[in-house]
Design a protein around this ligand. Structure first.
Ligand SMILES: NC(=O)C1=CN([C@@H]2O[C@H](COP(=O)(O)OP(=O)(O)OC[C@H]3O[C@@H](n4cnc5c(N)ncnc54)[C@H](OP(=O)(O)O)[C@@H]3O)[C@@H](O)[C@H]2O)C=CC1
Ligand SMILES: O=CC(=O)O
Length: 346
């Protein structure tokens, strides 16, 4: 079946990095209407059993820095979890904790009542939906799909259309909070889309997170996440400037971090990241390439409504410089290196 789906999908979209463009261009009407065979009884049983989240099968696509601990928390809470990751080896620790494994995203979606996707960017999120859509149409008429990746609203709306065209329901639910909050089940979910699915998914969101916001129509969750991360990216760039300036004028940057922590502009991020930035250490919690992606998407959002965002635009340039210097996979706090280069202090 998986082979058939892949062959059929190849008619619609290639597996290249350009796939989401094909995905975007393909009209919904291109999908056949076989789902008229819909079997509704499963939907009712899913809704009934999911009140405490206990007997709903959960799929998880994408086991990177965030996806792995999120799936792990679901397993630890006793959920029935099936995983897939492009690099299979990242599934192994989850399998040893009791997760089931499927070799493709579409097989996870076919198998599970609710499938979560935690993928890198719009391209990879679009890819997974693209391959899942056909199988949902033919095999799992009552499935639900929750995308927790950070993507732009346009991508999220397309994913929503594609998933809805199968009869399945869709929730966008990007998260605020990094590696440690993911490990600790302390994420903040910024959700939008099908309200019944929000209710269905809430027990799982509550296992993985400390709070959840329901923001209405698809696109609002993505927009909220991008505004938050645009501000976070600018704040990090400001911290980098402050640390380097304090050093240049002979102050101890560690004292600056302490002063910041006691004043009106204190932020957990400054206290967490400042000390390691001073030591030029950037252990990755939030990869710099993802922060730059979020700045880019946020600037696109601002552009779409003619909102000036000059500070974020300037910060984005620093992340681009850092990427060009080979720091994509370091923590986003490595953005300080682009200023060190500029100021000639490294
Ligand atoms: N890290 C953080 O602090 C936070 C991250 N986010 C967002 O969450 C998402 C995931 O982040 P994070 O876990 O840190 O990222 P990682 O880079 O650690 O993981 C990315 C995941 O996407 C998969 N992937 C990448 N490209 C493709 C592709 N072309 N096809 C299929 N799968 C692909 C990777 O698979 P593989 O293992 O094979 O590479 C991996 O599972 C991003 O959108 C990020 O912006 C949100 C909040 C916090
Ligand atoms: O997206 C990153 C985060 O820390 O939130």
């Amino acid at each position: 079946m998986a082979l058939w789906v892949r062959t059929t999908m190849a008619k619609y979209c290639s597996y290249s990095t350009q796939l989401p463009i094909h995905f975007a261009e393909r009209p919904i009407s291109a999908f056949p209407a076989k789902r008229l065979l819909t079997v509704r009884s499963k939907a009712f049983s899913v809704q009934a059993s999911a009140k405490d989240g206990s007997s709903t099968s959960v799929g998880f696509l994408g086991l990177g820095i965030m996806g792995s601990p999120m799936a792990q928390n679901l397993l630890k809470a006793g959920c029935d979890v099936t995983v897939w990751n492009r690099t299979k080896s990242k599934c192994d620790p989850l399998i040893s904790l009791g997760a089931k494994y499927k070799p493709s995203p579409e097989e996870v979606a076919a198998e599970c009542d609710v499938t979560f996707a935690m993928l890198a960017d719009p391209d990879s999120a679009g890819f997974c939906v693209c391959v899942c859509v056909l199988i949902l149409m033919f095999m799992n008429f009552t499935a639900s799909y929750v995308d927790v990746s950070t993507v732009d609203g346009g991508t999220s709306k397309l994913i929503n259309q594609r998933i809805k065209s199968t009869g399945a329901s869709f929730l966008e639910a990007p998260v605020s909070g990094s590696k440690k909050p993911a490990e600790d089940g302390q994420l903040i979910f910024l959700t939008a889309g099908d309200k019944p699915l929000y209710d269905l998914a809430s027990p799982f969101l509550d296992i993985m997170g400390k709070s959840r916001f329901y923001l209405g129509d698809v696109g609002n969750g993505a927009a909220m996440k991008l505004v938050v991360n645009m501000m976070m990216g600018s704040m990090m760039a400001t911290l980098a400037e402050g640390l380097l300036l304090s050093e240049k004028v002979g102050l101890d940057p560690n004292v600056l971090v302490e002063v910041l922590s006691q004043g009106a502009i204190s932020a957990p991020m400054y206290s967490m990241k400042g000390p390691s930035m001073i030591k030029s250490a950037y252990p990755t919690a939030f990869p710099l390439k993802h922060q730059q992606k979020d700045m880019r998407l946020a600037l696109g959002l601002a552009e779409s409504v003619s909102q000036p965002t000059p500070i974020a635009a300037a910060a984005n340039e620093l992340y681009k410089v850092a990427k060009a210097r080979g720091l994509s996979d370091d923590d986003f706090s490595a953005v300080i290196e682009s200023l060190r280069a500029k100021l000639g202090s490294s």
